[in-house]
Write a protein that binds this ligand. Sequence first.
Ligand SMILES: [Zn+2]
Ligand SMILES: [Zn+2]
Length: 367
Amino acid sequence: MAMDVTFLGTGAAYPSPTRGASATVVRFEGECWLFDCGEGTQTQFMRSHLKAGRITKIFITHLHGDHLFGLPGLLCTISLQSSSTTNTRPVDIYGPLGLRSFLRRTMDLSHSQLVFPYVVHELVPTRDQCPPEELREVSFVDRDDTSLEETQGDTLCLDPVEDSYVLVDNEQFVMKAFRLFHRIPSFGFVVEEKPRPGRLNVQKLKELGVQPGPLYGKLKDGATIVLENGTTVSPSDVLEDPFPGRKICILGDCSGIVGDGAVRLCDGADLLVHEATLDDTQAAKAKEHGHSTPKMAAEFAKLCKAKKLVLSHFSQRYKPAGQVGEGDTDVTELKRQAELALDGQEVVLAEDFMTIGVPMKNKHSAI
Ligand SMILES: [Zn+2]
Ligand SMILES: [Zn+2]
């Protein structure tokens, strides 16, 4: 089953001709999930091989404009390009407290109407996710003032035992959020595929006298069967070890983590996307603005034993490799710094329109 990550915007603060503002897409099992939606995300979609109309869920890491200002426009364009009869599955939107009010007011004041339903689920941050002077009391405004297209979403609070927020949990995968420290409360997200049943061992099936056909499917689905001769065959008799699931972690802007949820949830990540706004020589400035450097990102990746670290959210001063003009700074210095901190492990620099596949694991890659 294919699973991949596409970067539509890898720049910090504002979109530029060389880097779009934050937007990342994860695709798997017919799902198309958008993480952050900076200004211009809809045109980045049009320039890419992806279709915005296929989005099933949207996750906003925090409410800074370079992660959010593209959302109302994107929703309106998807609506313009959809037919009211075909697109009835609601789009789930997750993000920090305040997101519902932002969208509701924007849509209302601009008299925008969508042909498809949407629902906003808000994550309630804790007070230690930003400096005290930046704290805003976001109230649950206009709670009853939902429009025709918006249905009331959930308000999700931190599970203090797990130190995380559960967003989605179904047969195929689980999606959780964890707390980050930034100028305003920010979150990271982890999507983890559940283990898949192992292959049927045909030799064992033959030995036990199970005939090829529907019984194979039942065993694979986890059901115990009884043969005509009275023999009971349970799945564990004929299934090989399960395939471990894949794990992708996408962090919002941060200069650190809050609590121990982040490290635990990101443990062993197959792909970890972490911001690196400024290079290591600018560490003090980065921290002052609630951001990370390559070394900081690498240290977190090391703590989590991440298999692949991808850096993104670069200050617009770092031009993509190959587009460096006179007086510009080459982004490859950030790769070098992260790799140094990771003892030589290869680090990937995200670029707009780059796609990274996350291959299925075989059972031997289990812990
Ligand atoms: Zn940002
Ligand atoms: Zn930010």
